[in-house]
Design a protein around this ligand. Structure first.
Ligand code: GLN
Length: 309
């Protein structure tokens, strides 16, 4: 259905950003020092429409740690590489548990609930490590291509401290290995996972980089078909059911868009056939989703009537 967005969104974005700055109920991720040190008052909102327009307010050109948003890029690369056999090793069901939960993994014989929680993304990292001789550069060049910019980097300090504080993720990986659901060397798989969590991007880069998901799999900037239309629908379905962890139901109810968050404070929401909304602000709510990011995306989506339902 047509989306009746005003031609000039800028004043609306500006007022939503100002309101968001009064939301003060989140807490910056502190499981690693490199994230704990990020200023809590950063706040950015970007809308990139499929006709090439990019509108931003706030700190939209500042690169931040994309963390779990990288799970979308990893999944896409793995889907392209191994096809439907992927779904024998990871499910497509919401977990209803925190993103780093381990309990279901034992109940379900080492098969993660979905690719958007940590266990699922570590499984996807195994697929990438097993199928690419250089999985990190394969992922990085894909992301740079999607953003149309070489200026996407990895924060080596974040990568390093993810590894140092990675006991729980290591437990997830070794538990899957014990069920024979990890093929490659566990440490190499974890290294890939920690590395992709440490990618840094701005809201503008993320909005561009995810635009193919709003455009039936085709990158609107380069004109390249990145995934099939069917695979872009499938990724969006997983984002709708699992992208916001155990707050995905509430997000579907109040916003109604496929979306992915990360503990760096970023949230990307896909508006099929229209564009991408990306918000960033470091303080997180109790689910690990950006408190102001949730506020901004909800306000914008409700204002413009963007729910896919
Ligand atoms: N690096 C984080 C972790 O593995 C990513 C989780 C997230 O962004 N939700 O715990």
């Amino acid at each position: 259905q047509p989306i009746h967005a005003p031609d000039n969104l800028q004043p609306l974005l500006e007022s939503i950003l100002q309101q968001a700055l009064t939301v003060n109920d989140g807490k910056v991720a502190d499981y690693i020092p490199a994230l704990a040190e990020v200023k809590s008052d950063y706040c950015a909102l970007t809308v990139a429409t499929l006709d090439g327009n990019v509108m931003s307010v706030g700190d939209a050109d500042k690169a931040f740690s994309i963390q779990s948003i990288s799970k979308v890029f990893g999944l896409m690369l793995a889907m392209e590489r191994v096809g439907d056999s992927l779904w024998e090793r990871v499910q497509m069901e919401p977990s209803g548990q925190p993103f780093n939960s381990i309990v279901q993994l034992e109940w379900e014989q080492g098969i993660p609930r979905n690719p958007m929680i940590n266990a699922g993304a570590i499984l996807i990292s195994d697929v990438l490590v097993s199928h690419y001789s250089a999985s990190k550069s394969a992922l990085l060049s894909m992301v740079r291509g999607l953003c149309g910019s070489e200026e996407v980097y990895v924060d080596y300090r974040v990568h390093e401290s993810e590894r140092e504080h990675g006991a729980r993720n290591s437990a997830l990986a070794y538990l899957m290995k014990s069920f024979n659901n990890i093929e490659s060397d566990v440490e190499e798989v974890l290294d890939h996972y920690f590395w992709q969590c440490a990618l840094t991007m701005s809201t503008e880069q993320l909005a561009r980089g995810m635009a193919f998901l709003a455009n039936r799999g085709k990158c609107p900037h380069s004109g390249r078909q990145i995934t099939t239309h069917r695979d872009s629908q499938r990724i969006n379905a997983l984002l709708s059911t699992s992208g916001m962890y155990d707050q995905s139901g509430q997000f579907a109810f109040t916003v109604g868009l496929p979306a992915k968050s990360g503990v760096g404070g970023g949230i990307v929401a896909i508006v099929p056939d229209y564009g991408v909304i990306c918000a960033w602000s470091p303080p997180l709510n109790s689910y690990g989703n950006s408190a102001r990011g949730m506020y901004m995306i909800r306000e914008l989506a409700n204002n413009l009537g963007l729910s896919v339902y």
